[in-house]
Design a protein around this ligand. Structure first.
Ligand code: SF4
Ligand code: SF4
Length: 478
């Protein structure tokens, strides 16, 4: 029995008492690792650089939830544009479902921030300071001495530094780079909320990326929990070709049969960051990182066998018992779930395009005032009816605007009162103005029959001019 033979009933990252056993995956080299490193380097650079990119003088991607301001690659959205965000979130969510249904856990192994940061940053720092997997294992087992103390201190100091960079970059997506730069230059007492957010996030990141690592994928990630229900026998998995590999070397069956291609070297187990043996079949713990594919391909090359004993495949292709039972052939079919996910994504994309095409940089909405539908008032010795309204203007441009309000029907006795000289809307803000509409009670029934047409026009330019209609409410008796 090898030291790499895993326990049948518990993951390698737990001991008998349920305590964590740290996994030190060996480094796998090969084509898949190169591909993943290219993709992950690109994603890492995008994450760090994107907040600093400006489009049209605004941050390319800003999700300022506090101020209900969202900048998405040139598209400025405010709170009242929330339906557009729903389309975007639907596309992202169902996009992930679709990717999982077709390519399995490709998100986990290639693009999840957890995997990208651990593999491209934290594990590289660890290897650089503490050495390869074997050296790290020895160091961990060693009693504390000055050499171990220096290495561990140096490593955790580096972890703290990169965690601070990551959390500040993350915060920049929510508060903007300008505000982030201001916050950094001022004491924490002036920005307690953001300071505590940074401190808390840094602690979480340190714990997760520095210590907890792939354990999170196995026991805490909600996507990892439900992704198996998104997949079927046609979804891509990293799988072991047991028909070709078995009986493996050292197996009792080998005496009677020809040996399979697996030489039982355990290299696939040694490189696995979640500490599983992929030869036991598809497992929840597998994050499809492809390390075992590279590791096994290397062994196959050395033993003169074709590569791909462990490869990207499907359960159907592997011809498992389940696949054979439900009689699936080797040909790919568009599955109902892939079709449904695609239709939802297309519907959300159409909704987004329609929403964007009707999106205005400046917009005005009118709401009726709360409380009584109308009031009776005296003015210049005559009885008048008053209706109260609110105008809410959204200004996503870079300039302050002043919108003047007027009644378009110049012959009508209806007056707009208490407009405070117009509706002033600062650049990038949503502002509200309450105003009254006054009309003579003697003609109230006649006036209330037709909608009142109002015009909101920018004071200085003709660029922003809106017409809105409101219904007036008057007493039934004159
Ligand atoms: S089994 Fe292979 S693909 Fe899955 S997590 Fe382990 S090394 Fe990665
Ligand atoms: S690396 Fe390949 S040959 Fe070695 S034990 Fe794993 S499956 Fe078998």
């Amino acid at each position: 029995m090898s030291q790499w033979d895993l326990h049948e009933a518990r993951p390698a990252s737990f001991d008998e008492q349920g305590w964590r056993v740290k996994i030190h995956p060996a480094e796998a080299r090969g084509l898949w690792r190169k591909r993943r490193q290219i993709v992950q380097s690109f994603l890492l650079i995008i994450f760090l650089v994107l907040p600093w990119i400006q489009i049209g003088g605004r941050q390319a991607l800003l999700l300022d939830v506090g101020n209900r301001q969202f900048e998405i690659f040139g598209l400025s959205l405010r709170a009242h544009n929330a339906p557009l965000l729903v389309f975007i979130l639907a596309m992202a969510g169902f996009g992930l479902f679709l990717v999982t249904a077709v390519w399995g856990r490709v998100w986990c192994g290639w693009a999840c921030p957890q995997t990208v940061f651990i593999e491209m940053v934290y594990r590289k720092i660890e290897t650089w300071i503490e050495g390869n997997a074997g050296e790290r294992r020895i160091l961990d087992k060693q009693p504390w001495n000055s050499k171990k103390l220096v290495k561990k201190s140096f490593k955790w100091a580096a972890f703290v530094a990169v965690s601070l960079i990551l959390t500040h970059s993350f915060l920049a997506y929510f508060v903007g780079t300008d505000r982030l730069a201001q916050m950094i230059q001022h004491p924490p007492t002036e920005n307690w909320t953001s300071f505590l957010f940074i401190a808390f996030s840094t602690a979480i990141i340190l714990f997760d990326f520095g210590w907890f690592r792939e354990q999170f994928c196995m026991i805490a990630c909600p996507y990892g929990r439900f992704q198996s229900v998104l997949m079927d026998s046609r979804s891509m998995i990293v799988g072991y070709d047991y028909k070709r590999g078995e009986p493996r070397r050292g197996s009792p069956a080998v005496k009677d049969q020809a040996q399979g291609d697996c030489v039982n070297c355990y290299r696939c187990v040694q490189v696995c960051p979640t500490g599983i043996d992929i030869r036991r079949g598809v497992q929840l713990e597998c994050i499809a990182c492809t390390a075992c594919v590279d590791a096994c391909d290397e062994i196959m090359t050395k033993t003169g066998k074709p590569k791909g004993l462990i490869r990207y495949t499907t359960l159907r292709e592997l011809g498992t018992e389940i696949s054979q039972r439900i009689g699936l052939g080797p040909k790919f079919h568009l599955t109902p779930r892939v079709g449904i996910y695609s239709l939802v994504i297309i519907a959300a994309a159409i909704g987004l395009v329609v929403g964007i095409s009707s999106h205005r940089a400046v917009d005005v909405l009118i709401f009726r005032g709360k409380g009584l539908p109308y009031q009776i008032t005296q003015h210049a010795g005559e009885e008048y009816v008053l209706n109260q309204f609110y105008a809410e203007a959204t200004n996503t441009t870079d300039q302050d605007l002043k919108l003047l309000i007027k009644n378009l029907d110049t012959e009508s006795p209806v007056e707009i009162v208490n407009t405070q000289g117009g509706l002033f809307v600062r650049a990038g803000k949503i502002e509200r103005l309450g105003f009254f509409v006054r009309f003579p009670r003697a003609r109230a029934k006649e006036i209330a029959k037709a909608p009142l047409r109002l015009e909101f026009k920018n004071e200085d330019t003709e660029e922003f001019r809106f017409q809105r209609e409101v219904r007036l409410v008057a007493p039934l008796t004159e």
